[in-house]
Design a protein around this ligand. Structure first.
Ligand SMILES: C[S@@+](CC[C@H](N)C(=O)[O-])C[C@H]1O[C@@H](n2cnc3c(N)ncnc32)[C@H](O)[C@@H]1O
Length: 239
């Protein structure tokens, strides 16, 4: 099954999973540091690449930023428009998106790089959309985490839970399933992302691996034991 069909088939389960507040990783790990990176920075326009059902677009709008969200999944775009009828949501893939060049103060990818098939083309489009001096803000699964695909958490014979990482340097895509969602996730070593961005002339301004800040204590333990997420902020050089 193509990755786009899988997203359309998973959309209803995804919308239920995300709910109004986001899933555990968004609500208790990523949202606060992501919002801290966009508030009071003078950003007026933002492009959210792989915006899904539009939650982070709505959050950016609450921070006074005008947003454009792009995503190739029809069912998620419909939901985004239903929740935000005045919002600007466009059914497009990152690799071929048609948005005004140099128009955005901020380009965001919130957990969407792992979904994108042709990373180099998508990254080139994202960078082209930024104005000179603009900011590219990325939240992604860490490459240590995606190197666990397909095994992830496993149980040893004595019942101890371990997180299984292997074949780190091998780029690959694998199906992952949970709560009625079945999608293709891509593993790439961290150097793939860093090299693309450095070679494009972007400058790394911030890097963090945010810790969980609340919620179910078992989840907190899980998110502390294993590297789940990273946040990177890159700047396009001023012209
Ligand atoms: C894990 S979801 C994240 C959605 C949203 N950013 C969020 O945090 O809730 C990944 C999203 O990437 C989208 N996607 C898949 N392939 C894509 C592509 N080639 N270009 C842009 N987005 C893509 C999917 O439709 C999905 O909405």
């Amino acid at each position: 099954m193509a990755s786009s069909d899988a997203w359309n088939e998973s959309a209803a389960a995804w919308i239920a999973h995300i709910g109004e507040d986001g899933d555990y990783g968004r609500k208790f790990v990523l949202d606060a540091p992501m919002l801290a990176r966009i508030r009071d920075r003078g950003f007026k326009t933002a492009l959210d690449v792989g915006c899904g059902e539009g939650r982070f677009c709505r959050m950016m709008q609450s921070a006074g930023i005008a947003t454009v969200g792009i995503d190739p999944t029809q069912a998620l775009m419909s939901r985004a428009r239903e929740l935000d009828p005045k919002g600007d949501y466009r059914l497009q893939r990152a690799e071929s998106m048609d948005v005004a060049a140099g128009a955005f103060d901020l380009v965001v990818s919130y957990l969407s790089l792992i979904d994108i098939d042709d990373l180099a083309r998508a990254m080139a489009k994202m960078i082209a959309a930024l104005r000179p001096g603009g900011t590219l803000l990325i939240a992604n699964l860490t490459s240590f985490n995606t190197a666990s695909i397909p095994d992830g958490w496993t149980k040893e014979p004595d019942g101890t839970r371990r997180f299984f990482i292997d074949n780190y340097l091998e780029e690959r895509a694998a199906w992952v399933s949970w709560r009625g969602i079945r999608i293709l996730n891509r593993h790439r070593p961290l150097s793939t992302y860093m090299t693309l961005l450095l070679d494009a002339g972007l400058q790394l301004r911030r890097f963090s691996e945010p810790a969980p800040t609340g919620g179910d204590p078992r989840k907190q333990e899980q998110y502390r034991r294993v590297p789940y997420f990273l946040i990177m902020e890159w700047q396009k050089p001023a012209a």
